[in-house]
Design a protein around this ligand. Sequence first.
Ligand code: NAI
Ligand code: MG
Length: 349
Amino acid sequence: MSIAVIAGDGIGKEVMPPAIACVDAALARHGQAVEWVHYPWGSDFYLAEGSMMPADGIDQLAQHEAIFLGAVGLPQIPDTETLWGLLIPIRREFEQYVNLRPVRALKGVPSPVAGGDGIDLILVRENTEGEYSEIGGRAHRGRDIESALQVNVFSRKGIARVARYATELAKTRRGLLTSATKSNGIIHTMPFWDEVVREVVSAADGVRLESILIDALAAKLILAPANFDVIVASNLFGDILSDLAGAVAGSIGVAPSANLNPEREYPSLFEPVHGSAPDIAGRGIANPIGQIWTGALMLEHLGHAEAAADLTQAFESVSASGIRTRDLGGISSTAEVGAAIVAHLTDRT
Ligand code: NAI
Ligand code: MG
């Protein structure tokens, strides 16, 4: 099995080595291994070559079983270049229409909100269409009649497939599916979203659907975070809710995510929720758990469920034992947290 590694920029380069070491250690417990193929793409590549990845980048990535990504983004380069030059093309070319973001409080990691320690939900974000479309434009630049237009794109197929994924997931959990909507203000796309989600869920047994307006949902996530099980949301709403839910769980530094092509026609992409964190990059203090937890999601997707469970258990115990980075109130470095998790996995062999 071969995995493409794009560590990228900033703290992406710092959290990737410990995460790879942890995944290797978890696999070794079961006599297994994967091949890591490193691609030096990202902002440094952009500054040297004028693009985030080579013209045949997608073809190169297509040869791997999965893609493990750190983060991209550099203050000197517009985010539109870094995001649309690497991450968004990968998500779209490989039809990774599910962005999966599990949010669970880690033992011993305090939540900034009351009841936040009880959060245990999975966010299923639509990842290929919706509000993040390429359709639109700017007219009359610089004049007082200047205007900008961005067209939201929602298709029946696009909504149905992500709703189906979320419904199946809810069946394996507590059976509650919350759909984020805004059909009172956005009167064409959101009622359509509601309708198709309802159709998909009603065709399935054992899943209860609640549709909640996004503004009220944001408040409820803060006030009663433990009441949610699976949340399905459009691209923009899911993006915002995932940072919100991640913050409720304690730190964006621990939040994992998977960009899945559920049919497995193309490789899926695994990346932490956080970005390149230029404010702390280069100091060796970034929390590697977001990247490590993401590695566990990748192992699970690749069929290594036992190694994934071992890895999850290892970072949970290490975190509970007090070996934590500063964002979680600890004093350990990125490398120390990684080494403690590897030691935990190696010890019990
Ligand atoms: P960010 O996630 O990089 O940082 C937000 C805050 O959280 C910062 O204060 C940072 O220090 C802290 N933080 C993030 N990860 C952490 C970790 N592992 N350990 C400890 N603290 C952590 O988001 P921001 O600042 O909005 O974006 C920075 C750059 O990253 C931008 O260029 C942005 O476009 C890019 N970005 C890239 C993403 C990706 O590659 N998937 C996702 C989000 C942002
Ligand atoms: Mg985001």
